[in-house]
Design a protein around this ligand. Structure first.
Ligand code: AMP
Length: 614
């Protein structure tokens, strides 16, 4: 694999609920998970807007209950999808923040920031999380970071992959590769646990996270990692289990207490936070209590939930996981007895029932829980990043696959597959198609992805028209070429050989993608947000410095009072300046940074000659 990029390059697991960043350390020959400023190795994928500032990560999550409508999470569920997508329509009721339909049916998130209403693209919110992850890495590496590998669920389609890349660009990152999450997890497993694997091993990666579910089968032999099959669900994970519990308690409260909290965003958010905590507890305890004081108009909520009830509420979702595992095994043409290792990844893979169902499939095979479920994906992304950089060399070769079949619509709404699902990428394939009618001067080429026979049941990725010679009759052949790069991104071209007419699209022209102008605008706005954040930080520093100085003066005055050294005029002068400072400190919101800086300078000029405090 050609090494093109200057290091350091980081690996980012951009999760639905949490994100994680890692970097390859060639001195110790392994990837290092980087902790954030709070000391946490994972950071909530959450952005909040307040009257004063923008918050990202832990700070955003910590204030979510008090500011639910302006605290945005779950954007991974929105990215690359249309507003009218049934999945989004279903989720809308669950989110305390507002999502509306923008131009071309793109979802827009509506928040109030500094007193003004703002509409943001999902890519913008994701870019804010990515910026945070970049800054975490930069603080650790003590250098700027440009290049990054970002992971996505294997089942992300082309549009979702491109939107993720756009989010990286807005965050000022050069996204050198997009890789599939289970593939990344398999690198982590392969490197950490099977470092000297000489014999061929088949690994089954089961990755159940906060919002997505992915399974993959990989073959590892020596330094070569080959993905054999992937399957999954871009909308199945821990948050769905939380939602089931929330729905259950909303009904219970309605029944027992005659209170309906379903329309109250703040109450729902607080209940959801408690449910998520309870769900984690139920992974090691058989029951637990949910307690939310003042859940609704002074109503204190307290109730018990057992593991059995939790399992009952989610059984159909757990069974969906089982179905997907079986599909993946079938697609790989592999019997489960050929699987050597079953690797668990993603926080939700800790749920005992999920583990039990998986154990039932793989019978005697022990499930590998020894790699860190929350960090494995970022670890693998850092490995991939290092592989693409000069001067660092984890010795690996990676062969990934297409998660869905790709093809074009032909006569009678049929999907003609050009690249079948689970084909190793990068790949380029050309097929001959026939003109379907006489006298056609322009032929529509509809590019679709999916496994259904009827093209209209699959996902339409793009449409373009190929000009051709109308005198060529029906049945005249055309070449259509599908070219997928190592990021899983597709270029489709069509050509009428006899006229030399040729046309191609990168699915970049797809309306679900951002236009270059939109990306540029967002890059500018990201800089503006950054400047605003810095300005806010300056203001906070100025306020704190003034407050601190007033505090020091008061303390010094108290000491002087005790020894009664100060003359009354000096004391009056100081008191007057101090009281002006206190007035200013009482109205922080309305005042500019300079007011606090000037006030401090003035105060120091009066106080320093008398009390000698800095
Ligand atoms: P990930 O996307 O891999 O970070 O997974 C996050 C999801 O895992 C969230 O929905 C968490 O609530 C869930 N999770 C984390 N730890 C546990 C646990 N011990 N039991 C059940 N779910 C968990």
């Amino acid at each position: 694999m050609a090494k093109k990029y200057e290091g350091p390059a980081i690996g980012i697991d951009l999760g639905t609920t949490y994100s994680c960043v890692a970097v390859w350390d060639s001195q110790i020959n392994r990837a290092e998970i980087i902790h954030n400023e709070q000391g946490n190795r994972i950071t909530p994928s959450c952005v909040a807007f307040t009257d004063a500032q923008r918050l990202i990560g832990d700070a955003a999550k910590n204030q979510a209950s008090s500011n639910p409508s302006n605290t945005v999470f779950d954007v991974k569920r929105l990215i690359g999808r249309n507003y009218s997508d049934p999945i989004i329509q279903n989720d809308l009721n669950m989110w305390p923040f507002k999502v509306i339909a923008g131009r071309d049916d793109k979802p827009m998130i509506v928040v109030k920031y500094k007193g003004e209403q703002k509409q943001l693209f999902p890519e913008e919110i994701s870019s804010m999380v990515l910026t945070k992850m970049r800054e975490i890495a930069e603080a650790y590496l003590e250098s700027s970071v440009k290049n990054a590998v970002i992971t996505v669920p294997a089942y992300f389609n082309d549009s979702q992959r491109k939107s993720t890349k756009d989010a990286g660009a807005i965050a000022g990152l050069n996204v050198i590769r997009i890789i599939n999450e289970p593939t990344a997890a398999a690198f982590a497993y392969g490197l950490q646990k099977r470092g000297n694997c000489v014999k061929e091993r088949n690994i089954f990666v089961f990755d159940l996270g906060g919002g997505t579910f992915d399974v993959s089968i990989l073959k590892i032999k020596g330094e070569v990692f080959e993905v054999k099959a992937t399957a999954g669900d871009t909308h199945l994970g821990g948050e769905d289990f939380d939602n089931r519990m929330v729905e259950y308690f909303v009904e219970e409260i309605k029944r027992k207490n005659k209170v309906d909290i379903s329309g109250n965003a703040k109450s729902l958010r607080r209940l959801r936070t408690s449910c998520e905590r309870a769900k984690r507890t139920l992974s090691f305890a058989v029951d637990t209590t949910i307690e939310v004081d003042g859940l609704f108009e002074n109503f204190d909520f307290c109730s018990l939930i057992t593991r059995a009830r939790f399992e009952e509420l989610n059984m159909d979702l757990f069974m969906k996981c089982v179905e997907t595992v079986n599909t993946c095994l079938k697609d790989s043409n592999m019997d489960k007895s050929n699987i050597d290792d079953v690797v668990l990844v993603g926080g939700s893979s800790r749920i005992p029932k999920v583990q039990q169902l998986l154990q039932d499939i793989f019978k005697a095979k022990e499930l590998c829980k020894s790699i860190n479920a929350d960090e494995a994906v970022a670890y693998g992304a850092a490995v991939q990043a290092a592989l693409l950089c000069k001067g660092v060399s984890p010795n690996l070769v990676i062969l990934d696959v297409t998660p869905l079949s790709l093809g074009i619509l032909i006569n009678g709404d049929l999907m003609s597959v050009v690249i079948p699902k689970n084909t190793t990428i990068p790949v380029k394939k050309t097929e001959d198609f026939e003109k379907s009618e006489d006298n056609q001067s322009s032929i529509p080429i509809k590019v679709c992805e999916g496994e259904r026979t009827r093209a209209s049941d699959n996902n339409l990725l793009g449409l373009f028209y190929l000009d051709c010679n109308p005198s060529n009759p029906r049945g005249h052949s055309l070449n259509v070429c599908f070219d997928i790069d190592a990021d899983g991104i597709l270029i489709v071209s069509a050509e009428e050989e006899c006229t030399g007419n040729k046309k191609e699209i990168t699915i970049a022209n797809n309306t679900r993608r951002l236009s270059p102008e939109q990306i540029m605008r967002m890059i500018r706005e990201a800089e503006k947000y950054k400047a605003e954040d810095e300005e806010y930080q300056k203001k906070v520093n100025a306020v704190n410095a003034l407050d601190d100085y007033v505090y020091k003066i008061n303390k010094a005055l108290k000491n002087i009072d005790r020894s009664a050294k100060l003359c009354p005029e000096e004391k009056m002068k100081i008191n007057l300046e101090c009281s002006k400072a206190k007035d200013i400190l009482d109205s922080i919101k309305e005042k500019e940074t300079a007011v606090f800086v000037n006030c401090l300078n003035k105060l120091k000029s009066v106080v320093k000659p008398i009390l000698q405090i800095d």
